[in-house]
Write a protein that binds this ligand. Structure first.
Ligand code: AMP
Ligand code: MG
Length: 513
């Protein structure tokens, strides 16, 4: 074990500026990571390090591994376990908090953006309850893969900066190699952060936290009298856009508890998540989601439900509890936001679908055409990703790659004829030649619908090799493919193919605990 008292001279430097601990000392507990036996760097995200203005070469050293494993605390870091509450599967816990994570501090990148740097799997904290505070290598590498895939797909997400192996094992259903993830996020504030103080009736700290969140994520609102409702609207609009992107990518988060929904609009916590293969709105992969609460098609409904919980936390700031009319007015204000959510979501979903259909301008029948397309995929159990992607071939008249995905090609051809007529209407209006329009459309579809997604069987294969054989090569190959999801390189074909249906039917994901 490295000696925590050794001089930090060789440690990589981070220009920390820790607004969270400065502004909200009551919202966390200063707490050090628990050192591990043998830190070793397993993964370093050099591109992300560059974006943060960090020296990747200095991070890729034993000293860097010691920092990412929690054995050494870099200059300026002020590790803190953040407090939060949350509704888990609908039931409220007034105290969750970072049970195996710590915020190390915040870094302002060369782009001027402030981001959290946090460790996950860094040992027990005052919020650990029965947990061991640790994480296994497989689930932390999973966070790398899915986070980088989401980023490459253009979906807002927290990202992995590094993974350090601990040289210790963690006890799950069997002994697994342990690891610590270094995670970068616009912030770790979540719906549950507000719920924590709201549940305690602690209006003063709640007000401070809300103002902190506004300053951090929507600084243009700070001086507005109506900033609380405005902020709720911003969060709701970000979540509407985010969940629409999830839906158009076939992503199932799997555990949309209110403590796993950010205020920044980034996707967070890749535990039991999975991507659809054969299109099925009722798809659930998580082993603990018995009721299908977090099924694919439920995600926009759950997002709204979570936002309603966020809205409730703001009521004490909007109204005087002893004055009925002020309470009613506040309730009406936040309800208007929550009621507007479905339309914001629908707008974002339909805009994304239009891009995937290769259409530039909206037309009245587009939503029905997209719905009919999805119904066709569902009826025939067609792979969601390739069902969309192969429209690019059909756009230039090569229908076979798309049609061949359908058992009943007749029904598919009928839909294709409708789509083609719709495309011709748009092209005619734009005065484009047929060939020019078709080529442009195929390109546009290939930018909107990926070829490579994190296929569940490929992810499992990569994690099993890392966990069971200590072989990181499959992980690295998959990661590389996921980082260019819109390319269709011959060498990456195997990452674009669906799993055998029997594999997907039996596929289950587990919370990364
Ligand atoms: P999650 O739904 O995975 O984001 O986690 C829910 C809560 O459980 C959070 O408060 C976590 O900090 C906590 N938790 C999860 N796994 C562990 C663990 N192994 N040890 C301690 N706390 C944990
Ligand atoms: Mg969580």
């Amino acid at each position: 074990m490295s000696d925590p008292a050794a001089p930090p001279a060789d440690l990589p430097t981070f220009a920390f500026d820790n607004s969270f601990v400065r502004s909200l000392p009551q919202a966390g507990v200063p707490w050090p990571p628990v050192p591990v036996a043998a830190p070793a760097l397993v993964y370093l995200n050099r591109a992300l390090a560059g974006q943060l203005g960090l020296d990747a070469d200095a991070l890729a050293t034993p000293a860097g591994a010691a920092v990412f494993a929690g054995n050494r605390i870099p200059d300026g870091a002020q590790p803190v376990a953040q407090a939060y509450a949350g509704h888990q599967f609908g039931g409220f816990s007034s105290q969750l908090g970072d049970g195996r994570a710590l915020l190390l501090g915040e870094i302002i990148g060369p782009d001027g953006r402030r981001r959290d740097l946090a460790l996950k799997g860094s040992g027990r904290t005052p919020f650990s309850r029965g947990g061991d505070g640790r994480a296994a290598l497989g689930p932390m590498l999973r966070e790398v893969l899915i986070g980088e895939a989401m980023h490459a797909l253009g979906i807002p997400t927290t990202r992995a900066l590094a993974v350090a192996a601990t040289g210790e094992s963690v006890r799950r259903d069997r002994d697994l190699p342990g690891a610590v993830l270094a995670r970068v996020a616009a912030s770790h504030l979540r719906v549950g952060s507000f719920q924590y103080f709201a549940a305690r009736g602690d209006r003063a700290n709640l007000a401070q936290m809300v103002d902190y969140a506004i300053a951090r994520h929507d600084p243009d609102l700070v001086h507005r009298e109506d900033r609380h409702v405005q902020f709720l609207e911003r969060v709701a609009r970000r979540q509407a856009a985010l969940v629409a992107q999830w839906m158009n990518a076939g992503f199932i988060h799997g555990v949309m508890n209110t403590d796993n929904m950010t205020l920044s609009g980034e996707t967070i916590d890749y535990g039991p998540c999975a991507f659809l293969e054969a299109y099925d709105p009722a798809a659930v992969f998580s082993s603990i989601d018995h009721g299908g609460r977090y099924a694919y098609a439920n995600q926009p409904l759950i997002a709204r439900w979570n936002l309603a919980r966020l809205a409730e936390t703001l009521l004490p700031l909007l109204a005087d509890a002893d004055d009925d009319s002020s309470v009613q007015q506040a309730v009406a204000q936040v309800t208007a936001v929550i009621d507007a959510f479905p339309a914001w979501y629908d707008d974002a979903l339909r805009t994304g679908q239009r891009r995937k259909l290769g259409l530039r301008l909206g037309e009245a029948g587009d939503a029905v055409m997209a719905d009919d397309f999805l119904a066709l995929l569902q009826r025939q159990g067609v792979d969601f990703t390739l069902g969309w992607r192969r429209l690019a071939d059909a756009a230039v008249g090569d229908d076979a790659p798309w049609l061949s995905r359908f058992a009943d090609a007749g029904a598919a051809a009928a839909w294709l004829a409708r789509w083609r007529a719709r495309c011709l209407r748009e092209d005619g209006a734009a005065g484009l030649s047929d060939l020019e329009a078709a080529t442009r459309r195929a390109q546009a579809i290939r930018r909107a619908s990926p070829f490579v997604i994190p296929r569940n069987h490929r992810v499992e294969e990569a994690l099993a090799a890392a966990t069971d054989e200590g072989d990181l090569a499959p992980f690295e190959r998959l990661l590389q493919a996921l980082q260019q999801p819109f390319e269709e390189l011959p060498t990456l074909q195997r990452f674009g193919e669906p799993a055998p249906a029997a594999v997907t039917a039996g596929y289950q994901t587990f919370c990364g605990t």
